[in-house]
Design a protein around this ligand. Structure first.
Ligand code: FE
Length: 451
């Protein structure tokens, strides 16, 4: 992992801004904050101005005497100021290690592109256990316990994929180009079906909205409270959402019925979840509750158990852009309506086409799964860059980086792209857009007192 590229000065300035923000939120001027922290006002001004690094003791003291956590005062490190991290096959091979399960060598793992600013934890994994049937109870099949991170898996070669569901164990015989998306904590495992075959996967795990603050908040609130927050996609979600809003404004159902102009017995039915609201009822309820209709809409699940899979031959595909000369063939891989901001694509640059940049709001991971190199041109923050992804190379791109991929030879090339949302949710984006003018720079780096 690279430490040298971590931006020390930027880190110090972001840390300073967090300290200033914490003091601002608690209505402390420099003298009052310094007195709380047991330092001089001049020292506080220097730490909160970015002039000097904040000593760990000061952060500990702040977390002891103020209602903040150490993590609230610690910024992220930006290890890709150019908008991208390119990871070479040689570095992947250098990171190779064999992990054993139940006494046998089971997987060879290799790291691929990762960044501190994104939750991707993507691994190239070779299956070392070879089976001669599709029985999940085969002695060569060694299960894991499932893990926190979401997992998108891209298959290369004759790989058996096993997943443990409450109804029993499932086996999917996978081949090159097949893919699976799965939810956290479902036990799963992989084997090779053919002695001597190249059987590996790209196991692209990521935390998205689950890791970081949401996990820390729920862990601190307690297990009972965390259980109360659970919303199962298969339950009558529109009723649960409505119940939350009524509880949230301490509004009795009969009074709500009056405000919405909906008969009381109909509201009672809506609250049981036996019937969904009509479009007109949805609009009336949203108006009565002073929310947007979307706030009352449930998530629709398309999951079959804990996974969704897509066979290579069944993937939807299209040309991009269109109309006009195509620069890419795009193939859509496995994904789920549970995770609308995750998209897995195969991107096939059309040989000889002009550069067309692709740009997305998501964090993007790219792996060259083909046999030929791809030229990369990207622009980020007003600057332009070039590089090349050889087969087995991978890259990470920050959101809104414009990236053009081109086949470096007439052989064509094939790129796997996984795009995910980060902690900046649609709600965060609306909040950014609702700030008073001039708010955004101060949100990112508050430099002075607000009063
Ligand atoms: Fe996994």
């Amino acid at each position: 992992m690279n430490d040298s590229s971590v931006d020390e000065r930027g880190y110090r300035l972001r840390a300073a801004a967090l300290l200033r923000s914490a003091a601002n939120d608690l209505k402390r001027d420099d003298e009052a904050a310094a007195a709380d922290l047991g330092i001089t006002a001049a020292e506080f001004a220097s730490y909160a101005g970015g002039g000097a690094e904040i000593p760990a003791e000061v952060l500990r003291r702040a977390a002891a005497v103020w209602p903040v956590n150490e993590s609230d005062l610690m910024p992220w490190r930006d290890d890709c100021p150019d908008g991208a991290v390119v990871h070479r096959l040689t570095d992947a091979i250098a990171s190779a290690r064999v992990l054993r399960r139940g006494g046998i060598a089971y997987y060879e793992y290799r790291d691929t592109a990762m960044s501190r600013v994104a939750s991707f934890r993507p691994e190239w994994i070779r299956m070392l256990s070879v089976v001669d049937d599709d029985d999940p109870a085969h002695p060569g099949v060694r299960w894991n316990r499932g893990h926190l991170l979401y997992q998108f898996t891209y298959f290369v070669g004759p790989v058996n994929y096993y997943v443990r569901e409450p109804e029993g164990d499932r086996v999917l015989r996978m081949n090159t180009g097949d893919s699976v998306w799965g939810v956290p904590f479902s036990p799963h495992t992989f084997t090779c079906r053919e002695e001597g075959a190249d059987a590996h996967i790209l196991a692209l795990t990521y935390g998205a909205e689950l890791v970081g603050d949401a996990q820390r908040e729920l862990a601190a609130l307690g297990s009972g409270t965390a259980a109360s927050f659970v919303r199962r996609p298969e339950e009558p979600a529109s009723a649960a959402i409505l119940r939350d809003f009524l509880d949230g404004c301490a509004l009795p159902a009969d009074r709500f019925a009056g405000l919405a102009g909906i008969p009381e017995d109909r509201v009672a039915d809506l609250l049981t979840g036996d019937v969904p609201p009509t479009a007109e009822e949805l609009a009336r309820m949203a108006k009565a509750l002073r929310v947007s209709p979307r706030d009352l809409l449930p998530v629709v699940s398309d999951m079959a158990g804990s996974i969704r899979h897509c066979r290579a031959g069944e993937a939807r595909q299209w040309s991009y852009p269109s109309p006009g000369p195509a620069a890419y063939r795009i193939r859509e891989l496995a994904g789920s309506s549970l995770h609308p901001h995750t998209r897995a694509l195969e991107i096939l640059p059309v040989t000889g086409s002009a550069d067309v940049a692709l740009r997305t709001y998501q964090h993007q991971y790219v792996y060259n799964v083909g046999a030929a190199p791809a030229d990369l041109r990207w622009s980020f923050d007003g600057r332009s860059f070039e590089d090349r992804l050889e087969p087995g190379d991978s890259a990470y791109f920050k959101p809104f980086a414009s990236v053009a991929f081109a086949a470096a030879s007439s052989a064509g090339c094939r790129l796997l792209s996984l795009r995910i949302g980060g902690r900046v949710t649609p709600e965060s984006r609306t909040a950014l857009g609702s700030m008073a003018p001039g708010g955004l720079p101060r949100f990112l780096r508050e430099t002075g007192r607000w009063y």
